[in-house]
Design a protein around this ligand. Structure first.
Ligand code: IPM
Ligand code: MG
Length: 393
């Protein structure tokens, strides 16, 4: 019997609803295997802030850091919930953990399952068939354009004095000037890029040709930070001669990602570029309801659907829980690899297969995929399929 402590942070809005479906998966695995999960529920987010004056209770960050084996987060964001300094209320949860737990890679798989229509409309609507979109984007998660917000959020989470970026003057600009420094470091880039090459080694290559390929997406024709990013990428690439190397500028990449997603296998990008590119990527996999992610460091990790709290859909049991379920799927894979527990990795594969079977069947889809099923109906269907698979383990 192996027990894992899992911190569950439902957060705001629909985050709370999809967290129930994530938990259902943990419960099914617990009931059918020798694995036990101690769930530590942590209320947090913008609504919690409005109700209590705190983004999360004091000591919550420490529970995530010192007690939890893995962390799940639903979504953060509540209408009008801002801190006195103007930052997003709940930011110390999502951004505080990214920075404070040194989760340097935001891992975002983009895969189109059979039975799911992608969301590129028009003449070529059905051009992207399942199997033609299957890549993983690794977004740098601790620096870049998010640097000062990440630092402030971690400082709040840790009860430290808030970081204030150095004052600067900008020749040629008069009056009030707002700016966000975008530091990109050699170390931060190297560890992300290295993880990207390791991912490429363990995947099956790009859909178009089966070649293991890694694409470095930057704007090195313009920014110094991107020049460093690309230089570090090129230098690490010499250690992985079996992996084909590709370069692209972020603006052109937006075209190629839409036109030929089957070319891409693993993509590495700096923080804000990765944020933007993965929302476009979600379109290719059927929308935000399908987009899962893991914020991963060497010691810790937290898993969250890429979508936000979607306040306008909250309380209606209607959103797609698959992004959330697939985030739990990533958690099983990560826990299994970290602890050398092959069964956990196999369970992760089974969760993926259960999602695939559910979608292929096509009978119970949420509104975003053209159906009328509820969030909980989809969650129940997938966990029932998983339960049957686990019986055979
Ligand atoms: C994401 C989100 C977050 C980000 C927001 C909620 C701070 O867009 O996870 O992609 O910008 O990183
Ligand atoms: Mg985003």
């Amino acid at each position: 019997m192996s027990d894992f402590k899992i911190a569950i942070l439902p957060g705001d809005g629909t985050g709370r609803e999809v967290a129930i479906e994530a938990t259902r998966i943990l419960d099914v695995v617990q009931s059918k295997t020798n694995y036990g999960f101690e769930k530590i529920s942590i209320p947090c987010g913008g609504q919690h802030y409005k109700e209590t004056g705190e983004e999360w209770a004091e000591g919550s960050f420490e529970i995530c850091r010192d007690e939890a084996d893995a962390i799940y987060l639903g979504a953060i964001g509540y209408p009008g919930a801002r801190l006195p300094n103007g930052d997003l209320a709940g930011g110390s949860v999502i951004l505080g953990m990214r920075s404070g737990l040194d989760l340097y890679a935001n891992v975002r798989p983009i895969k189109l399952y059979e039975g799911v229509p992608h969301k590129v409309h028009g003449h070529f609507t059905q051009i992207w068939k399942p199997g033609m979109v299957d890549m993983t984007v690794l977004r740098e998660n601790t620096e870049g354009l998010y640097h000062s917000l990440l630092r402030r959020s971690a400082d709040r989470a840790l009860g430290r004095k808030e970081y204030v970026p150095p004052e600067m003057t900008f020749p040629g600009l008069d009056g009030e000037v707002a700016y966000d420094p975008r530091p990109i470091s050699e170390k931060g880039t190297e560890r992300l890029v290295r993880m990207g090459f390791e991912f490429a080694k363990n995947r099956n290559g790009a859909p178009i040709d089966g070649v293991s390929r890694i694409s470095c997406i930057d704007k090195s024709n313009v920014t110094r930070g991107c020049q460093l990013f690309r230089r570090v990428f090129d230098s690490v690439s010499t250690e992985y001669p079996s992996i084909e190397v590709d370069h692209g500028y972020i603006d052109a990449f937006m075209q190629w990602l839409t036109r030929t997603p089957e070319f891409y296998d693993v993509v590495v990008a700096s923080n804000m570029f990765g944020d933007i590119a993965t929302d476009l990527g979600a379109v290719l996999q059927g929308g935000m309801g399908m987009a899962a992610s893991g914020n991963v460091g060497d010691e810790h990790a937290f898993f969250e659907p890429v979508h936000g709290s979607a306040p306008k859909h909250a309380g209606q049991n209607k959103v797609n829980p698959i992004a959330s379920i697939n985030s739990i799927q990533m958690m099983f894979d990560w826990l299994g690899r970290k602890h050398g527990e092959e069964d956990l990795v196999n369970i992760a594969t089974m969760i993926d297969q259960s999602v695939a079977e559910h979608l292929k069947d096509g009978k119970s889809l949420t509104y975003d995929l053209g159906g009328t099923a509820t969030c909980s109906q989809v969650g129940e269907s997938i966990s029932n399929i998983l339960g049957r698979k686990l019986n055979e383990l």
